[in-house]
Design a protein around this ligand. Structure first.
Ligand SMILES: [Zn+2]
Length: 115
């Protein structure tokens, strides 16, 4: 799973299908991601110190990671991500459709650098 916080993803299944938004949080153990404005629910809260009014609070719930796909800004399509090493030996993610880099995810290691 190569989706990270801050990525733009498109929802490909479920009630919010077609929505394109940013990932707020990724829960790797549960395989879920919190996506801005997606899977919104109303949480009913009682009056308390924190919520003196009580009432309904709108918030996002995590969505299964299989229901979202990375959205590539440079080719404007949903795409799978691949992993590769840069010439300097850093690990980076890339769009499998247009092969644009989606950012490095590990610092450069000389052992992986191209000679
Ligand atoms: Zn692309």
């Amino acid at each position: 799973m190569l989706i990270k916080t801050g990525d733009t993803v498109e929802v490909i299944a479920g009630a919010d299908k077609g929505a394109r938004s940013k990932v707020i949080k990724v829960d790797r153990t549960a395989g879920k991601a919190l996506v801005e404005g997606v899977n919104k629910v109303f949480k009913h809260v009682k009056r308390s110190q924190k919520h003196p009014q009580g009432g309904r609070l709108s918030k996002e719930m995590p969505i299964d990671i299989s229901k979202v796909q990375y959205y590539c800004e440079s080719c404007g399509k949903r795409a799978r991500l691949g992993l590769r090493y840069t010439d300097e030996g850093a690990k980076e993610r890339y769009c499998k459709k247009c092969s644009t880099s989606a950012g490095e995810i590990a610092p450069a290691k000389p052992a992986y650098a191209k000679k």
